[in-house]
Every structure is written in C-alpha cells, then in structure tokens.
Design a protein around this ligand. Sequence first.
Ligand code: ZN
Length: 152
Amino acid sequence: MASTPPSFTSALPYEAARIYAAAVYCSDGRIGDHVDDFLHNGLGLPRYDRVACPGGPVALSGRFQAFWDARGVEEQLRFLAQVHDVKTVVLIAHANCAYYLRRLNIPPDRLDIEQRDDLQKATATVSRLMPSAKVLCYLAHIEGSQMRFDAA
Ligand SMILES: [Zn+2]
C-alpha cells in the first residue's frame, strides 16, 4: 500500500445507466482485471454487476461442500434480478482456482471437468432464479502471462 489518504476522488466518470448484466466469478484478486477486460471488451458489457465469491459459480452448483460458503449468493442474484432487472448472467470459472484445489480438494487433473459440470449446474440454478435471463458460461485459462476466456 502506497499511502492511506483520508479521501480519494476517482478520475473515472460515473455513468448512471445500467446495462442489465451481471457476472459471477471467483474473488481471487489475480483475475479481477482480466474479468473486467473480458466483460468490457470481449462481451461489450461495461458496468456489469459483480458477484464475486471464492470459486465463483461453484456457489450456485449445489455442491454440498460449498453449501455454507455459498450462503447469500443466490440471494444476491435474486436481488439483482429484482432491483437491477438483470437479463444476462455471465458465469466464469478459472484455472488454478484455490477454492477447488484447496477447499474442495479437487485434483488438478480433474479441475476442468469438475468446473464444466459445476457451470452447467449453476446455469440451471440461475435459470430457476431468473427464468428469462440469458446465461453465458466461460472457463478462464492461463496462457503464459495471459488469460484466455473460452465458452464452456
Ligand atoms: Zn478461484
């Protein structure tokens, strides 16, 4: 941390218009800027609503082990559907996710298939919460020093 100013004014303009989209992704700070880049420039969704939690979409997969960690994520989505009129939900799982590897003890060679399965289950959950919403699923892979987002 460089300093702790008592106040800070962002130079970024505030734009009040909503775009009716939300993304559910892992709270891992190493991927936050990449997710922003993908949503803003890859999908053309600026100012999307963020639902970040450890493991991301796993919280909507119905996994028993994730049950307590997932508390509130469904409620957050329900709130966004009602108050922000969200019509598009983007679900993103990512490579090297510590939630899967450490918390769920998924072996690295099973990570991709388990995440794809969870994305399908999470899609069903979102469709139940928001029957008219469009759901997009992506897996983020690490390639050298870059992240690639592939439709899953
Ligand atoms: Zn993660």
